[in-house]
Design a protein around this ligand. Structure first.
Ligand SMILES: Nc1ncnc2c1ncn2[C@@H]1O[C@H](COP(=O)(O)OP(=O)(O)O)[C@@H](O)[C@H]1O
Ligand SMILES: Nc1ccn([C@@H]2O[C@H](COP(=O)(O)O)[C@@H](O)[C@H]2O)c(=O)n1
Length: 210
């Protein structure tokens, strides 16, 4: 089998549990085995715009992401090269000044709402996963998370969800389910699916002779 890293894409709507699923899988491995690459870290830099302007950006449109940079980085990681991953700050709606140097690993998990939307990204993936959680559950999870972790108010989360997130999800995220090899219902607490994914990854790593 090839020595190149295995690339796994994990897509799904906001609040579906993509991050939770991915972290649960990673917990079953050592630090050296799996690298998590968050598409959110590749939102376009908006530091040139005033804060008020950044509030108007549609963060649920494919053009909000700097996929060119993400693709460049994933290609480098596949070639076993290191990259400098940007860091995104949801509270200020732009990248922070720091970058995180990351080395390539045997398995790269690429996680984000629209990782299955761009055919160039899909082409780099060996396994495509879609975390499928009902919209009512997702909005409740997002509400709690965004208030606690992303500096938002109840009103701002609801307004953004109704006017932008929901319609964009139906247009750009939900249709990408058709590209998935595996659909994981409910996300974070689906231990059966998480264990199956971890077993598959262990098999892949064993086949690579590590
Ligand atoms: N099965 C679950 N039960 C309860 N809360 C969950 C579950 N899965 C995820 N969460 C919580 O919901 C929020 C969104 O989950 P997250 O994994 O960040 O979703 P995503 O990455 O798809 O946006 C987080 O605060 C997380 O802790
Ligand atoms: N400045 C930003 C950037 C993104 N968002 C929202 O994040 C969602 C994607 O992240 P998940 O962890 O929920 O998958 C997306 O739906 C954007 O609306 C934001 O609110 N502000």
């Amino acid at each position: 089998m090839s020595d190149k890293p295995v690339v796994i894409g994990v897509a799904g709507g906001t609040g579906s549990g993509k991050t939770t699923v991915t972290r649960s899988i990673i917990q079953q491995f050592t630090d050296k085995t799996i690298l998590m690459m968050e598409q959110d870290y590749y939102y376009k830099d908006q530091s040139h715009l005033p804060f008020e302007e950044r509030l108007k950006t549609n963060y649920d449109h494919p053009l909000a992401f700097d996929n060119d940079l993400l693709i460049e980085h994933v290609k480098k990681l596949i070639q076993k090269e290191s990259v400098e991953k940007p860091v995104y700050d949801y509270k200020i709606h732009t990248r922070s000044d720091e970058v995180i140097p990351v080395d390539s690993k045997d398995v790269i998990i690429l996680e984000g709402i629209m990782v299955l939307e761009d055919p160039r990204l899909r082409d780099l993936m060996d396994i495509k996963v879609f975390v499928d959680t009902d919209a009512d559950v997702r909005i409740v999870r997002r509400l709690l998370r965004d208030i606690k972790e992303r500096g938002r108010t109840i009103d701002s989360v609801i307004e953004q969800y109704i006017n932008v997130v929901r319609p964009m999800h139906l247009q750009f995220v939900e249709p990408t389910k058709r590209y998935a090899d595996i659909i994981i219902p409910e996300g974070g607490q689906n231990h059966v699916a998480i264990d199956l994914m971890a077993s598959k990854i262990k098999t892949i790593i064993q086949e690579k002779g590590n």
